[in-house]
Design a protein around this ligand. Structure first.
Ligand SMILES: C[S@@+](CC[C@H](N)C(=O)[O-])C[C@H]1O[C@@H](n2cnc3c(N)ncnc32)[C@H](O)[C@@H]1O
Length: 239
């Protein structure tokens, strides 16, 4: 099993319905906080089940192609009647018009990509964003973080959210689940701040680390990439 397949099922990562709901509500509120105009076109790339979506902007949640049987159908069922939300596969994103998006959010996904896949996603994002747009890379796992730190962040979230007992049980389940096995076999990509800054710069973004991470885990990092204008191209059109 790979990470894509792992995420296209009901995973024990969410330790219960309350955890899932509070997680997606927190992420949705963080994303809504990033939307600067009610007309903004927003792509939530690798959105998961995206249980909560409301607020400004045209939302476009994107799921991996192979998610069709489960997660994408659930999203279509949930949002199919909302004219401001279009569910697309991540493969369809390449068909979107160039320079058409105001905001692309990639939250808690980069750890599941190979370096080549990550670079391709950065290039795709650069192509699809308007010059005034922003790419948000959330929940990047730094190299020095241990699974224990993640567990502590989850327990603190669970304590505040009133699902501590199910979180403890869920952590125990995860420790013996496919997640641990795939993590050992395939690994999770971890990046330092400098590495993300370099990757974003190489892909044509001006990078900046956000003050706080999206979601519940303050030990992970969020970055904002703003497209760097192609001055050579601008000079050429002026000439
Ligand atoms: C931890 S979940 C994050 C979901 C959501 N973005 C959030 O913040 O809750 C990881 C997501 O990455 C997606 N994913 C995993 N591997 C992927 C890949 N190779 N390409 C695109 N998406 C992938 C999964 O479908 C899953 O929804």
């Amino acid at each position: 099993m790979n990470w894509r397949d792992y995420w296209n099922q009901d995973t024990p990562i969410y330790t219960g319905e309350r955890h899932k709901l509070l997680h997606y509500r927190l992420v949705a509120n963080d994303i809504i906080g990033l939307i600067s105009s009610p007309d903004a076109i927003v792509l939530d790339y690798g959105c998961g089940e995206a249980l909560c979506r409301q607020g400004g902007g045209q939302m476009c949640p994107a799921l991996p192609e192979r998610c069709r049987p489960l997660v994408r159908d659930r999203l279509k069922e949930r949002f199919g009647s909302n004219p401001r939300i279009t569910v697309v596969s991540t493969d369809d994103v390449s068909e979107l018009p160039e320079a058409s998006l105001d905001l692309i959010v990639v939250n808690s996904l980069v750890q599941y990509l190979s370096l080549d896949e990550f670079r391709s996603l950065l290039k795709l994002s650069r192509d699809k964003l308007k010059d005034s747009g922003r790419l948000i890379l959330g929940d990047i796992i730094p190299p020095d973080i241990s699974p224990l730190t993640d567990a502590k962040a989850l327990l603190s979230f669970a304590w505040r959210g009133g699902f501590l007992r199910s979180a403890v049980a869920g952590l125990a389940r995860t420790a013996f689940s496919d997640y641990r096995r795939i993590r050992e076999e395939v690994g999770l990509a971890q990046y330092s701040e400098e590495e993300i800054v370099d990757l974003l710069s190489d892909a044509g973004f001006s990078p900046e680390r956000a003050e706080r991470n999206l979601g519940h885990n303050p030990a992970r990092m969020t970055f904002v990439g703003r497209p760097v204008q192609d001055l050579d191209a601008e000079d050429a059109t002026e000439r």
